[in-house]
Design a protein around this ligand. Structure first.
Ligand code: SF4
Length: 340
């Protein structure tokens, strides 16, 4: 069993030259595994209905200030069959936890993608029942994205994240046992959390059967119970990303668009420099996008042009390999933790 290096407070709190060196090592680790390539996927946000009530999310069921939508299958079918940027190898289909949309829109959309394109498909749809989850796999999806959000069970419950943390982790294990490639993620800098919590998040990620993990900087969402809280410092999110990369060099680690909210104009590119190897082009039709309100209106939309110019500026180019193929080759090694 391979000994797994686990980052500590020094990495999470690194600043100035120590931070620079940390990010350089993370970037070198990513390039060693992936070369000068970054995976590019498209995301389609099919529904903003959600039966959950997470305090950090604008789409929580108690928010009456957004207009709810479910996209029409026909317009999405037209979108994926005609208008995709050439750099995209995979589509991520995302929604609030909305079993109706999953059943009526996502399953047929995944079937269509499998039948008519060579694109890989991932889904990010929350905790669905066994039958519906299996239908998605039968339709052709192979990657399930499901975040654990925080390693602290009390904070998880206080923030009304879905179910309990224990149930979420059990669901991740179940998805992996069903043959899904699983990617998870956590929120950095939630109110009341400190560097020790960030290390706990990294440790929990390391213990799970994942092929990838995201770090989302906490952004206080409009019309949420956390609207007046402090947002996450960009450096903390970037250090967590770099630490993840060094801990798991072969993982898929996205540069999330919220990095540009935590660090306007610089966050996204610094994320790529801290070891991210996945960029996402937003394909959601413009008429719906504003209501997919994870944080606040006017979020920065990563268009094809914005993504390609960011990776080009970092000396990188789009990977020709499908993300789903890369995930399928990732073997989970349970960690024997060094320095735990
Ligand atoms: S984070 Fe996901 S599950 Fe929670 S309220 Fe938002 S869309 Fe729903």
């Amino acid at each position: 069993m391979r000994e797994l290096w686990i980052p500590g407070i020094e990495e999470v709190d690194a600043r100035r030259s120590v931070q620079e060196e940390l990010h350089e090592r993370a970037s070198a680790a990513a390039r060693e595994v992936f070369g000068p390539r970054v995976f590019i996927r498209g995301v389609i946000e099919v529904s903003n209905f959600c039966r959950e009530n997470c305090h950090y999310c604008g789409m929580r069921r108690s928010n009456r200030q957004i207009e709810r939508y479910r996209a029409a299958f026909d317009s999405l079918a037209e979108l994926v069959l005609q208008d995709l940027p050439a750099s995209i190898t995979d589509i991520n289909i995302q929604a609030g936890e909305d079993p109706v949309a999953a059943r009526e829109i996502v399953v047929p959309l995944v079937e269509l993608l499998s039948r008519s394109t060579t694109l890989g498909t991932s889904v990010c749809l929350g905790t669905l029942d066994i039958g519906l989850t299996r239908q998605l796999m039968t339709a052709g999806a192979s990657v399930y994205i499901i975040k654990f959000e925080t390693a602290d069970p009390a904070i998880y419950t206080r923030l009304e994240a879905p179910g309990s943390l224990g149930e979420r982790l059990a669901h991740i294990q179940w998805l992996a046992s069903e043959g899904w490639s699983v990617s998870s993620g956590f929120i950095a800098g939630l109110p009341g959390q400190d560097s020790k919590d960030a290390v706990a998040n990294l440790r929990l990620a390391a213990s799970l059967p994942l092929g990838g993990c995201s770090v989302s900087p906490f952004i206080p969402g409009e019309a949420t119970p956390l609207a007046s809280s402090e947002g996450c410092e960009l450096d903390l999110a970037l250090n967590c990303m770099a630490a993840l990369r060094l801990m798991r060099p072969g993982w898929v680690i996205p540069a999330v668009s919220a990095l540009n909210i935590a660090g306007p104009g610089v966050g996204y590119r610094r994320g790529i420099r801290a070891g991210a190897n996945l960029c996402t082009i937003n394909l959601t039709p413009g008429s719906l996008r504003d209501e997919y309100l994870l944080y606040k209106r006017g979020r920065q939309i990563m268009t094809e042009e914005a993504v390609l110019s960011a990776i080009d500026a970092e000396g990188l180019s789009p990977a020709p390999t499908r993300l789903s193929e890369h995930y399928a080759r990732t073997v989970f090694e349970p960690p024997s933790v060094k320095g735990a």
